[in-house]
Design a protein around this ligand. Structure first.
Ligand SMILES: Cc1ncc(COP(=O)(O)O)c(C=O)c1O
Length: 348
């Protein structure tokens, strides 16, 4: 194993007690991340949270963490702002678009419950049309269906909201092609990177999405309560989700427009420490290691006659998030297995 990766694993207290597999829901914190959060809280408590010696260094640390995130994502520094989590980031972006009942939201059948709740709510509140495009078949089939939806003559705007990596079966969706198609038909693209960032290399310059969102508490191994929004430079002037007055919008950056009010700077310091560890390991190393262990897991699961591993088999089209079903099992049976694995094997 590549040494920095081993060091990262050894810095996670949970690995002393468990085999930890749940990074797609909540990633575990490392000791340096815990320390950074503690140090930030300690500084604020010692110096006074609003004093120059308490507040200024914490703001600088949080800003440095944001810059580190833009580096990881290959995004211009001014195009990323903090949010709370992916669900809030998604709603913030949608809020900034000022949708009406004539608009149409196009999405896929691989989306998280937070997305489904959002578009069902938008349907109820605004009466806007929602089209769910099937991902059956290969990427070409999906893109063809997406193009049909985009081409359909409608009066309003078309918002394409897609996961980068499916939380259902771990597949990679062809987001760069989907974004290019959306732009060709004059639509707005919003990509949900909750299961991608920290798991696979993500190049926002290459994807070109109008908006890209995610959370730091999953594959980035950051604390809960910190998410982010990337706003493509060309969209910055129109991005005003919190109704800031014109004067405040003179020199637009995503942070100036997307972050309002008092927040928890210690959590962002924790994200900075987590990002520093990931930067040391390198995303290519993370992705290569993930591919290897995922292959072992998929091969192992296939040996059980009743198990069906979900998603594409091609390692190029899938990720370290593995979904599977067990023939004849109910949701209670699945929950019982999770409980048994934890209690008896310390597999979490
Ligand atoms: C693809 C996807 N989108 C959104 C979410 C919601 O993320 P959060 O809980 O950070 O709002 C998740 C959570 O698992 C997810 O997997």
């Amino acid at each position: 194993m590549h040494q920095p990766l081993k060091e990262l694993r050894c810095s996670l207290p949970v690995t002393e007690r468990c085999i930890y597999l749940q990074t797609g829901s909540l990633g575990p914190l490392s000791r340096p991340t815990l320390q950074a959060i503690h140090d930030a809280e300690e500084l604020a408590a010692r110096e006074g949270p609003a004093s120059p010696d308490g507040l200024t260094p914490l703001v600088q640390t949080a800003d440095a963490a944001r810059t580190a995130l833009t580096r990881l994502l290959n995004a211009p520094p001014d195009t990323v702002c903090w949010s709370l989590n992916t669900s809030t980031a998604m709603r913030t972006v949608i809020q900034s678009l000022g949708l009406t009942g004539t608009d149409c939201l196009i999405t896929s059948d691989q989306e998280h419950v937070a997305t489904r709740s959002l578009y069902n709510g938008l349907c109820d509140a605004l009466g806007l049309t929602v089209e769910v495009v099937s991902t059956a078949g290969d990427d070409g089939d999906f893109l063809e269906r997406l193009e049909q939806s985009l081409r359909a003559g409608r009066r309003g705007r078309k918002i394409v909201l897609l996961s980068h990596v499916s939380c259902i079966d771990g597949r990679l969706l062809p987001v760069a092609d989907a974004v290019a198609l959306t732009r060709r038909y004059g639509g707005v693209s919003l990509i949900d990177g909750a299961q991608a960032v920290g798991q696979i290399p993500v190049d926002l310059g290459a994807i070109g999405a109008d908006f890209y969102i995610g959370s730091c508490h999953k594959w980035l191994l950051g604390p809960g309560g910190v998410g982010y929004i990337h706003v493509r430079s060309e969209r910055l002037t129109g991005f005003n989700p919190h109704w800031l007055p014109d004067a405040d919008r003179a020199a637009p950056t995503a942070a100036r427009l997307g972050e309002v009010g008092t927040t928890n700077l210690a959590q962002r310091a924790g994200v900075g420490a987590a990002l520093a560890q990931i930067e040391t390991v390198g995303m290519e190393t993370v992705a290569t290691h993930s591919r290897q262990v995922t292959q072992r897991l998929r091969d192992g699961l296939r040996q059980f006659r009743l198990v069906q591993v979900l998603g594409p088999d091609d390692p190029v089209r899938t990720t370290g998030l593995v979904g599977f079903t067990v023939h004849g099992w109910t949701a209670d049976d699945c929950r019982a297995l999770v409980e048994r694995l934890y209690r008896q094997q310390r597999i979490l």
